[in-house]
Design a protein. Sequence first.
Length: 338
Amino acid sequence: MKSRRSLLILAALAAACAGSIAQAQAQEHIVRFGHVVQPGHPISLATQKMAEIVAAKSGGKMRVQELGGGSVGGEQQQLSAVQGGVQDMTLPSATVMGAVVKEFTLLDVPFSFSKGEQVDALLAGPFGQALMAKLPEKGLVGLGFWETGFRNFTNSRKPIVNIEDLKGLKLRVIPNPLFLESFAALGTNPVPMPFPELYGALESKAMDAQENPFSVVLTSKFYEVQKYMSVTNHVYTANPVVISKKVWDKLAPADQKIIQDAVAEAGAYQRKLSRDASSGARKELEAKGMLVNDVPPATLARMRELTKPVADKFAASYDPALVQLYRSELAKVQTANP
């Protein structure tokens, strides 16, 4: 009797231990994925899509937890947290990634791209691969590229028609030297500021202007605090999806593949959403009372002329081999996708 009772006790203890171990394993496979955009934005929708894919392919073993809307900090703060292994994943702009690998900001050279397909080809090729290869030594693993898309100006003063209309505008910019100097060259007063602080700064008039794609302006409700939007498509913002190397190295190869494949599948979905949403977002912003104007080609040409010396200055301080690779690959994709 005692022997049977002992066996029952041992079995109960074993079951409890197994439950505890299973719970611990489940906790280890919660992938905390942070971003700064609001619900409904293509990045948020794609994060949810990725979560569905990971859950399905892992049989529920892994779960992606979305930490959106800047709830865990701005892009720079989240990137640092991922490097340290405090947060698992994020997707900062290439601009912010330039603080880790400065050559990422080659993607921010104004007026380099006329369509998203050019960027897709560039990032899928040798240049994109070379950028990602620099990340492991920085505590990161690059899994792919999503996008925020082409950026445009909004402000509370007047439409941007001529270069003179930009002069003196207090413009919030992503905290990055290339952005600061490029927009200073256009005559604005650029101020670096984390994205989560931007709406309040526009509402209080601490900032006159900002620049972001249509979808960000819409989902962040900037139309409530900005009257004018001027279409320039001056910079395309790519978002490298990165995971902490500390986290990545603890995953089994099969689990790494699930996450890698999910990022790729959700990325294709995200880019299509982003591009399809752009024209619709413009119409919706106009319906909400924003005055949207297309900046004349002559003004865009002048903007390109004013910002080129800044781009050349920064390129001179980058890895010459990567700059050469960027320029040669850019020329190829521009020719192939005119």
